[in-house]
Design a protein around this ligand. Structure first.
Ligand code: ATP
Ligand code: MG
Length: 231
């Protein structure tokens, strides 16, 4: 579904992504883990066309979308929930969702979104600034779904959320997989990543150095954590 092949990205003279390879089959959830600053956000920004790669390719359903403008990548079926959520504080819940709508949503019309996010239904006329962190995160995911994505890129969605809300987020992510959405989940919260991801990948210095199915990852977790994740 989503393939990264030898992806390289520079910020000026800094060589950030140094040959990222990843093949994410349809309907699966891949967790991408790694210490601060290794290039996780840069990976999703590069996929999304927000940062131009200096080499390699991004394939969606076998078609190269490398270096396409972001709006065209979005239209091809990739949605991105950025770190920090970027909710419009002065718009209502419904307006925040509607700004992302290109044409009347087919797969995820509002009533269906509210089924998946009951807390948003109750808050639909509230402004973004009036929502809790958890509600803002749900809103950011809801907004991404309105475009009927095939692939959803989530950048640290659990950041700053209380454990109960993280559990709710896990429920939503699992539900989306059942609905056939393919998900790349960047996380610092290893418990969440492990709970929902089918496969886990670890990035070190702009490269994926370890990949495993969830069961193997669980079995190797202690060594993997000590080797690649602890500071
Ligand atoms: N716009 C930018 N210009 C220059 N350097 C940048 C820019 N954005 C990120 N970087 C640098 O690129 C490297 C990778 O950053 P990136 O945000 O991809 O890391 P990350 O793995 O997402 O980290 P974190 O876990 O802190 O979110 C870092 O060293 C960062 O300082
Ligand atoms: Mg990041």
């Amino acid at each position: 579904m989503l393939t990264l092949a030898g992806l390289n990205t520079h910020y000026g003279a800094s060589h950030i992504l140094q040959g990222v390879d990843l093949d994410l089959p349809r309907g699966r959830i891949a967790g991408l883990l790694g210490r601060n600053g290794v290039g996780k956000t840069t990976t999703v920004k590069t996929i999304m066309g927000l940062v131009p790669p200096s080499g390699g390719s991004v394939l969606l359903d076998g078609r190269a979308i490398t270096s396409w403008p972001a709006h065209k990548i979005a239209r091809a079926g990739v949605a991105y929930v950025p770190e920090g959520r970027l909710i419009f504080p002065d718009l209502s819940v419904v307006e925040n969702i509607k700004v992302a709508e290109r044409s009347p949503a087919k797969a995820w019309p509002l009533p269906r979104l509210f089924e998946l996010f009951p807390s948003l239904r109750e808050r639909q006329t509230n402004r973004g600034s009036e929502l809790s962190g958890g509600e803002q995160q749900m809103l950011a995911v809801a907004r991404a779904l309105i475009s009927d994505p095939k692939v959803l890129l989530l950048d640290e969605p659990s950041q700053g959320l209380a454990p109960l809300v993280v559990r709710e987020l896990a429920r939503v992510i699992r539900h989306l997989r059942e609905e056939g959405v393919t998900i790349l989940l960047i996380e610092q919260n290893m418990k969440l990543a492990e709970a929902v991801a089918d496969e886990l990948h670890i990035m070190v210095k702009g490269r994926i150095v370890y990949s495993a199915e969830r069961d193997r990852f669980r079995a190797e977790e202690a060594q993997v954590r000590a080797r690649y994740l602890t500071v």
